[in-house]
Ligand binder design. Structure first.
Ligand code: NAD
Ligand code: DAU
Length: 350
């Protein structure tokens, strides 16, 4: 029997598709509604293996469309929301900040309003789970870690918009007693990531023997987490996280970009049967990203100690799984790079 109706926003994206699949397969008694506008980053091919599940409904729609969102809540009365829909790429936010204000701030507030109006003051067994990023904390120097009490100090239009959305979620909790939880996660990698982000972009470029554009001197540091481990953490926080709390999620796995790119080149040379060192020749240092944050690193001890979560794979294992997936899913990659994935919705749902 269905005992929860969960709205997952952004479920056709990278992380969202892993969360949708995990919930569909593990909780067959829940009904999962995947709401996604199918922007350039939304790809229903990510979910083609589970789209016929009886506990799944896909809804094409925009979280910034207030009337549409209110009607959707009136119609379905979702018990819980897991909110991932966002504009997520820092470089795009530098070119078009307003798009990030619209989706990440206005879209989040539209969802919060619809959830509040739907349940009025009776929030028993209800949850608004907001998925956020470690970038809200700004940049670390060479030492230290982001904890849940690190002050917000966002530097890019993307991270400023995510910080604002976090504040709104907390404000709705304080003002309207809305039950919420927020997680702030570090850099994800894995299958189905759009090849604009560092790892999938470089995998695709290595396959095609194209230049690998390393920003600045390459000495920027990120803390990498395998996407399926993020989905496991989201499942855990959704079910066991304390209301009104924030949890940091990270990989315990810091890499300087240039070291990561070298490791990727080595693994790709092995997989592709290319001469050792040949992919490294593709490394090209290019103009730096404006306002580039030097270092992110998460202290994930709260979620580890309180909820018993930790990453299940090492970076080397996760990276190998990721490379294998991209090499075995050439059609997915070709559809994404050619734009053909955009036709999937018409073919499948017209
Ligand atoms: P993504 O860009 O791959 O996917 C975003 C999804 O949201 C897409 O399917 C897109 O179509 C959808 N979307 C965008 N605008 C929408 C709108 N107005 N209405 C409805 N749907 C819309 O993003 P991702 O990397 O999977 O990130 C998901 C969430 O996790 C984001 O909130 C992001 O800030 C957060 N996050 C990402 C990372 C990471 O490393 N990728 C790390 C920490 C947190
Ligand atoms: O930390 C979490 C964040 O991680 C998420 O909130 C974002 O949604 C996600 O995009 C990611 O942000 P980053 O900016 O860290 O990821 P990106 O893959 O764009 O870049 C990783 C690092 O690699 C960063 O230091 C910039 C650098 N880079 C990136 C690209 C695309 C390059 O050197 N060359 C590139 O071509």
């Amino acid at each position: 029997m269905t005992n929860k109706k969960i709205l997952i926003t952004g479920g056709a994206g990278f992380i969202g598709s892993h969360v949708v699949r995990r919930f569909l397969e593990k909780y067959t008694n829940y009904h999962i509604y995947n709401l996604d506008a199918l922007t350039y980053a939304g790809n229903l091919e990510n979910l083609s293996d589970v789209e016929h599940a009886t506990n799944y409904t896909f809804i094409k729609g925009d979280i910034t469309d207030e009337d549409f969102i209110n009607n959707l809540f009136s119609e379905h009365k979702f018990d819980s929301v897991i909110h991932l829909a966002a504009e997520s790429h820092v470089d795009r936010s530098i070119k078009d900040p307003l798009a990030f204000v619209r989706t990440n701030i206005i879209g989040t507030v539209a969802l919060l309003n619809a959830f509040k109006n739907c349940w009025k003051d009776n929030f028993e067994d209800k949850l608004f789970y907001h998925i956020s990023t470690d970038e809200v904390y700004g940049s670390l120097g060479q030492t230290g870690l982001f904890t849940e009490s690190t002050p917000y100090d966002p530097n890019s239009p993307y991270s400023a918009s995510k910080a604002s959305s976090d504040h709104f979620v907390r404000a709705y909790g304080e003002t309207y007693n809305m039950p919420y939880v927020i997680t702030n996660c570090s850099n994800n990698y894995g299958q189905n990531q759009f090849p604009e982000k560092l790892i999938p972009l470089f995998i695709n470029n290595i396959i095609n023997k194209k230049a690998l554009p390393v920003y600045g001197d390459g000495n920027y540091t990120r803390d990498w987490l395998y996407v399926k481990d993020h989905a496991i953490a989201i499942d855990l926080v959704f079910h066991e996280g304390k209301l009104g709390e924030t949890y940091n999620i990270g990989g315990f796995n810091e890499w300087k970009n240039i070291d990561l790119v070298r490791l990727l080149c080595q693994q790709m040379d092995l997989k592709l049967g290319r001469e050792k060192g040949s992919s490294e020749e593709l490394i090209t240092y290019v103009k730096d990203r404006p306002g580039h944050d030097l270092r992110y690193a998460i202290d994930a001890s709260k979620i580890k100690n309180e909820l018993g979560w930790q990453p299940s794979v090492t970076f080397e294992q996760g990276l190998e799984k990721t490379i294998n997936w991209y090499l075995e899913n050439e059609t997915w990659l070709n559809h994404v790079t050619s734009g053909e994935y955009k036709l999937y919705y018409e073919k499948q749902y017209s």
